[in-house]
Design a protein around this ligand. Structure first.
Ligand SMILES: Nc1ncnc2c1ncn2[C@@H]1O[C@H](COP(=O)(O)OP(=O)(O)O)[C@@H](O)[C@H]1O
Ligand SMILES: [Mg+2]
Length: 232
């Protein structure tokens, strides 16, 4: 059950109500955390592995700096991206899709519906990133494909299924860094096309979503050509 509460003027969602994740967030606000590893440290995103009395967690900070005005306008019309991801994760994991990286807490600093920054507490998956496995054999490719097909069947997309967004742990493929976007036919087709591009997993499903995507790309390239730009 998703719980919502307010802590230090942050809008907070937690996976359940036993108070553990809330306690970790209060420690984060007091800088009372122990950092084991820094995975990502760029201007708008920090991804850290932290140790708490409840075990290890991934802590992610995201403070988008780009297109502030556009994002403000969009926030009034559209749903909140990470809140959708939080709720989708809870739903599909309850439906038995265990490949999806669990999401324990989301804290957002908001003005009206506009989010200035996000703090996320995520399940730490202790395994090997696909980027570090070479070559990726057919057995593993088949597991990667199955994980994405299962995800789609449960109404969720990866949005960016490249080698850095999968981890193999206990012989199972786990998906991280998912998108909270709506699971449309076009986004499902894009996931499949990306699997073909990154892993050579042949896309057998040539549905309407696939053709719309291909058509859109052709149209975009045609316009780029007209403008004299390089075709991608
Ligand atoms: N749940 C996790 N378990 C283990 N490692 C993770 C997890 N989430 C992120 N990482 C590590 O941090 C890196 C960056 O995290 P990610 O969520 O993919 O951020 P970005 O949006 O910058 O790609 C990953 O490629 C992986 O190495
Ligand atoms: Mg990533």
């Amino acid at each position: 059950m998703v719980h919502s509460l307010n802590i230090n003027n942050y809008y907070v969602l937690t996976k359940d109500s036993d108070g553990r994740y809330e306690e970790i967030l209060r420690d984060i606000f007091k800088y009372n955390i122990s950092i084991i590893k820094v995975f990502r440290n760029i201007e708008d995103t920090k991804v850290l592995l932290i140790s708490t009395k409840y075990g290890k967690f991934i802590l992610k900070f995201f403070a988008p700096k780009m297109k502030q005005k556009e994002r403000f306008a969009k926030s009034m019309l559209k749903g909140d991206y990470y809140e959708n991801l939080f709720r989708q994760t809870e739903r599909v994991r309850n439906e038995g899709v265990h490949s999806v990286n669990d999401f324990y807490l989301l804290a957002e600093k908001k003005t009206l519906r506009f989010v200035h920054h996000y703090i996320m507490l995520i399940e730490y998956i202790d395994g090997i990133e696909l980027a570090d496995i070479n070559p990726i054999d057919d057995g593993l490719k088949s597991k990667i494909n199955t994980s994405i097909i299962e995800l789609h069947q449960h109404g969720m997309v990866s949005g960016d299924p490249h080698k850095g967004n999968f981890i193999v742990a206990n012989n199972e493929v786990r998906i991280i860094d998912l998108s909270g976007k709506r699971c449309t036919a076009g986004r499902r087709a894009k996931d499949r096309i990306d699997l073909e591009r990154h892993f050579g997993i042949y896309n057998k499903t040539k549905d309407l979503g696939f053709y719309i995507l291909i058509y859109k790309k052709k149209l975009r390239n045609f316009i780029r050509k007209l403008k004299g730009k390089e075709v991608r």
